[in-house]
Design a protein around this ligand. Structure first.
Ligand code: TYD
Length: 215
C-alpha cells in the first residue's frame, strides 16, 4: 500500500496491555520536543470527539454484551474518523504522528484473539485507514503473566472491559503480535519490555532518528 505522506512519519506503539507503550510514547514525545521536531500525540481508540465517544462504549465495564463483530466495527469506526480528521492533515503537513495503538491492535485483538475472520478484519482495517499506513511500529513485548501483574498494580480501582480478559486471551494477543511482526519486519520492531525503561527509550529514539532523517 502506498503511504499518504512523503514527509510526515506515522509511528505506532503496540503490544499487550501493561507493556509500557504509553510511557515510551511519552518519552519519545519529550525527546521530539527537545529536538523541536514537529509531532502529534494520539491514542486509539480516541483522538477526536467522535472517536472518544466510541471509546467510552468500547471500554465501559457494563458493555459485556458487545459482540465481537460490533467491537470490530466500533474500533474501525473510531479509527476511520481519526485518520481523516487528524492523521491525514498532520502527515501531509510533515509532522511525526505518534499513535498509542493502531490497525495492528485490531488484527491481533479482534482477528487473532477474538477469532474473527482474518479476511473481514483486513478488509475493514483497510477501509478504515485508507492510504495511511504506519512507517514504524514498536511492539513492546511482555508475557501475559507480567501483563496481568502490571495491570493489577496499575488499576487498583478496577480494570476496563478489555483488561478483564483472561491469560489465554493475552497469550493469543502476544502470539498474534509476534507473528504479525515477523511478517512485517520492514516496519515492525519487537522490543523486550522487561528491559530498563531508559534502554527501551534509547532503542526507540535511535530507530526514529534514522527513519526521520531518511524520509
Ligand atoms: P486502553 O486503556 O487504551 O489500553 P492500553 O493502554 O493498553 O492501550 O484500552 C484499549 C483497549 O482496547 C486495549 O485493551 C486494546 C483494545 N483494542 C482492541 O481490542 N482493538 C483495537 O483495534 C484497539 C485500538 C484497541
Amino acid at each position: 500500500m502506498k503511504s499518504i505522506s512523503s514527509h510526515g512519519l506515522l509511528i505506532t506503539f503496540e503490544g499487550c496491555d501493561g507493556g509500557g507503550k504509553t510511557t515510551q510514547l511519552r518519552r519519545l514525545a519529550e525527546r521530539l520536543q527537545q529536538e523541536h521536531w514537529p509531532f502529534l500525540k494520539l491514542r486509539e481508540p480516541g483522538g477526536t470527539d467522535i472517536s472518544e465517544a466510541i471509546r467510552a462504549i468500547l471500554l465501559k465495564k457494563s458493555a459485556v454484551s458487545l459482540f465481537p463483530e460490533t467491537e470490530l466495527l466500533l474500533f474501525a469506526a473510531s479509527r476511520a474518523q481519526l485518520v481523516r480528521e487528524v492523521m491525514e492533515p498532520a502527515l501531509q503537513a510533515g509532522e511525526i504522528v505518534l499513535c498509542d495503538r493502531f490497525m495492528d491492535s485490531t488484527t491481533v485483538y479482534q482477528g487473532v484473539a477474538r477469532c474473527l475472520s482474518m479476511e473481514s478484519v483486513q478488509a475493514i482495517n483497510s477501509l478504515a485507514i485508507g492510504a495511511v499506513k504506519p512507517h514504524l511500529t514498536f511492539v513492546l513485548d511482555i508475557t501475559p503473566e507480567v501483563s496481568r501483574q502490571r495491570l493489577l498494580q496499575r488499576n487498583l480501582c478496577g480494570m476496563d472491559r478489555m483488561e478483564e480478559e483472561d491469560v489465554a486471551f493475552y497469550t493469543a494477543v502476544r502470539e498474534g503480535y509476534l507473528r504479525l511482526a515477523a511478517e512485517n519486519s520492514d516496519r515492525m520492531m519487537v522490543i523486550d519490555a522487561n528491559q530498563e525503561e531508559s534502554v527501551i527509550a534509547n532503542l526507540i529514539w535511535e530507530r526514529v532518528k534514522m527513519a526521520w532523517l531518511a524520509r
